[in-house]
Design a protein around this ligand. Structure first.
Ligand SMILES: Nc1ncnc2c1ncn2[C@@H]1O[C@H](COP(=O)(O)O)[C@@H](OP(=O)(O)O)[C@H]1O
Ligand SMILES: [Mg+2]
Length: 268
């Protein structure tokens, strides 16, 4: 089954699924939200996008356990986690509500604790990134286009450190004092605020150098972005450089602090 997670036809079909979910999200752009039990906002867009993705996954990957944000909020968590699909139907709900376009659809394919493939789609920008972390391959591609089609995709890689200093992408909506201290210690000179897993995709395609989070969030927020960035040559680890392990049912699928960076960041 892990081999199936890297299948081009599967990833193309998942790209189409992301764009269908994204189209539904955009049909609600400008709508208001209600609050979840944890105080975070949820909109009709989150719920309907998740329904579209879950229906598609049931056809494309029948029987594979799914960890999805809105299902988890309703108490539906997968039992087996060796193979796992992590779905955040709309990451950056606050950015969606603010109307700034910085929100994404995320599907991460996890095997034995590692996100081995992932898709991040930004519907307001109509941009899709696919990465195969363990095959060191990542691309920006037209949703649904054949992965072999040279005209509809471009390979992406992380960049060298710019002479003027590293650029960090920081959360627009969730201040992170621990993360800020890490960036200062690592001589990061520039910061740009950006919502959602878009931060991983922008680093993957060489638009920035690092993003960190010293707070616990959830695996569905970052699994897909992790696979895209790893496929582009970057890394996502603990601040000490240890691997992040996914599928942690014992931790309610919550992440520890992480550093997501280009290959060049911190290499010297
Ligand atoms: N300190 C925090 N506590 C709880 N959730 C957080 C958080 N920081 C970020 N998140 C979650 O991580 C996602 C990305 O955040 P950001 O845009 O700040 O990078 C958001 O997911 P959702 O929008 O899917 O709920 C947000 O809720
Ligand atoms: Mg999220």
């Amino acid at each position: 089954m892990p081999q199936r997670f890297r299948d081009s036809l599967l990833l193309e079909a998942l790209g189409t699924l992301c764009s269908e979910a994204g189209a539904r999200i955009m049909s609600h752009y400008g709508a208001s939200a209600t609050m979840k039990a944890d105080g975070s906002p949820v909109t009709a867009a989150d719920n309907e996008a998740e329904e579209i993705i879950l229906a598609g996954l049931a056809t494309l990957l029948p029987g594979v356990p799914v960890l999805a944000e809105e299902s988890a909020a309703a108490g539906r968590l997968p039992a087996s986690t060796d193979l796992l699909i992590a779905v955040d139907p709309m990451d950056g709900t606050r950015e969606f509500l603010a109307g700034n376009g910085e929100f994404t659809v995320n599907i991460g394919l996890i095997s034995a604790g590692v996100p081995i493939a992932g898709l991040v789609y930004a519907p307001a920008r109509e941009r899709l990134w696919i990465g195969m972390g363990d095959k060191a391959e990542a691309m920006q591609i037209v949703p649904g286009a054949p992965i072999a089609s040279a005209s509809q995709r471009s390979a992406i890689r992380t960049r060298s450190l710019p002479p003027e200093g590293a650029l960090a992408l920081v959360s627009r909506s969730h201040p992170d004092a621990g993360g800020e201290a890490y960036l200062a210690k690592h001589h990061v000179t520039h910061r740009l605020a950006m919502g959602s897993s878009l931060k991983f995709a922008v680093i993957a395609e060489g638009g920035a150098d690092v993003t960190v989070r010293f707070a616990s969030i959830t695996e569905w927020d970052i699994a897909a972005g992790h696979a895209v960035l790893a496929g582009a040559g970057g890394r996502v680890t603990s601040p000490e450089g240890a691997p992040l392990v996914y599928g942690r049912a014992d931790k309610a699928f919550r992440t520890d602090a992480y550093v997501a960076a280009s290959a060049a960041f911190g290499a010297t």
